[in-house]
Design a protein around this ligand. Sequence first.
Ligand code: C2E
Ligand code: CA
Ligand code: CA
Ligand code: CA
Length: 277
Amino acid sequence: AKQAGRDNYRLYSTTLSGPTLERVRMENRLRTALANNEFLLVYQPKFSLNAQRMVGVEALIRWSQDGRLIPPCDFVPLLEDTGLIRQVGRWVASTALMQLKAWQALWPGLTMAINVSAVQLDEADLADFFAGELNRYGLAGALLEVELTEGALLRDPEQALAFVNGMRSKGIRLAVDDFGTGYSSLSHLKDFAPEVLKLDKSFVQPMASDTRSAKLVEGVIALAQGLAIEVVAEGVEDEKALALLAKMRCDTVQGFYLSEPVLASALSSTQGAARLS
Ligand code: C2E
Ligand code: CA
Ligand code: CA
Ligand code: CA
């Protein structure tokens, strides 16, 4: 009886106290949020420096709570821990592609980038799901870009490669997100052959004041050019960084200086593009 009592106590203390109870509550709130459609997407435009116009958008998730928008850093990790990200990730893809379809009339050829979590890569039919959604809206695969971090690609490289190959057979493009912050290695560029590298903002932001950051950016752009990989610089926050990136012949730029992420209804190709010329 004493043993049982102790176990009981242990069970009690680990499941119903402190952070664990908080976690269970939070998980339930996230489930409700999903059922009640409380998630929404905002879109941040990306601009071609060469064409001087908006060429794509990145979809970024928010949780709308009592009129406030909760940022992903406050709930995406828990979605990942609980596996709920699988369901949410499919909702993200469907919602973003439905929106992209509507935008094709306004901006033909506009591309959509979505973020995919490492956790989602064990879904064997994920690439087929994306292809099904593209089909449903009559969109070419090349209009969809899937952003994966280096960490996500390396967690289970074989699984990741199978996913990437599946996507590629549908024409979907792979972007390596936060490039430079993970375990960057040239062999990953060889193995995964991404169509796009997204230079992490920790290199782009300080470009204006820090020569070493600027040199690193310049080096990555040169490397990517040699491999015919498109480079997107994220975190462009000022005029100087933009000017440097233009001089380095970076393909695509994204950042607060051009436009913050906005609700679909607020997207306009003009506001940010004006800063390019
Ligand atoms: P990320 O994919 O690296 O997204 C870029 C983040 O940088 C976004 O933050 C964006 O709002 C922010 N950003 C854009 N321009 C600038 C700039 O000029 N300066 C600075 N300082 N920041 C800028 P956000 O929207 O809070 O997203 C944070 C992270 O949450 C994303 O990082 C991504 O890892 C994750 N995330 C967002 N949406 C999704 C999603 O639908 N699914 C998954 N799995 N993860 C998502
Ligand atoms: Ca991203
Ligand atoms: Ca990023
Ligand atoms: Ca990031």
